[in-house]
Design a protein around this ligand. Structure first.
Ligand SMILES: Nc1ncnc2c1ncn2[C@@H]1O[C@H](COP(=O)(O)OP(=O)(O)OP(=O)(O)O)[C@@H](O)[C@H]1O
Ligand SMILES: [Mg+2]
Length: 240
């Protein structure tokens, strides 16, 4: 397996991008994802119009005390990229998360720029969800999972639950590696970023839940994900 880290690139943040006439390469619940029109190695994500306000309106009253911006996924992701685990620039971390280069103005709202991952045929990289449903948990994937969780443990990267559609399986020579592209940040109210002793157990919980999720993705899905979480079946030793 190659240990080289992908290089970062120079990004022009001062140009206005016209995205409205382009087709996004992917759409999530919260954001539209575009390939940068002039720098094909970059991804530009914009929030779905009005999504943050709609989420704010649906929130319980105590959450309405927060600003509408705090419901903006792009903004939350940008803030989460400032966390100590990323700022520390720990060797190896860039094999598993994209670099976040900042904001550009677009005709569809503020665009957050990160690395863009493609397959050999230039199509967007497979997600882990795609990979599990087509190839299953094969040897290549086990090695990639082991490297990924070792990085989470080493860096104590704070993430939400690690969902297979938010993780890419990126070709890496003859091997593959996992890259988290969504779901950065904390689910907890504890000051995880300040105290390593809190971050460690939090990361372990995310890892345990990750294996429960993989186990469920590989099952016939006869039970719901909510039920699978309660049963808590799926362990590191089954996949690594
Ligand atoms: N940097 C990237 N390179 C390649 N593909 C990507 C990249 N970022 C996102 N994708 C693809 O786009 C999809 C949607 O992106 P993303 O998860 O960031 O959107 P979202 O709206 O925040 O998602 P969600 O539905 O989980 O809220 C991903 O599932 C993935 O398939
Ligand atoms: Mg997503």
């Amino acid at each position: 397996m190659t240990n080289a880290e992908p290089e970062s690139c120079n990004v022009n943040l001062y140009e206005d991008l016209k995205l409205s006439e382009m087709t996004p390469f992917a759409e999530g619940d919260h954001r539209l994802c575009y390939q940068h029109p002039r720098q094909p190695e970059l991804c530009v994500k914009v929030n779905r119009e009005g999504k943050d306000l709609a989420l704010w309106k649906r929130a319980p009253f105590y959450k309405k005390l927060r600003s509408v911006k705090s419901f903006n996924d792009n903004w939350q992701e940008y803030l989460s990229f400032q966390q100590p685990a990323v700022a520390a620039n720990t060797p190896g971390i860039w094999r598993h998360i994209p670099r976040c280069y900042g904001w550009v103005k677009t005709d569809m709202g503020d665009g957050l720029i990160t690395d863009y991952y493609v397959r050999e045929n230039h199509e967007p990289a497979w997600t882990l969800a795609d990979y599990l449903s087509t190839q299953g948990a094969d040897k290549k994937l086990s090695a990639a999972i082991a490297e990924f969780i070792a990085c989470l443990r080493k860096t104590r990267l704070i993430t939400k639950n690690l969902l297979p559609h938010n993780i890419l399986v990126v070709e890496d020579g003859k091997d593959v590696r996992l890259v988290l592209i969504d779901g950065f940040g904390s689910l907890s109210r504890l000051p995880l970023y300040r105290f390593k002793c809190l971050a460690g157990p939090y990361v372990e919980k995310r890892i345990k839940r990750f294996f429960v999720r993989i186990n469920w993705e590989l099952s016939d899905k006869a039970i719901t994900w909510e039920e699978a979480q309660k049963r808590n079946i799926g362990d590191e030793k089954d996949f690594v």
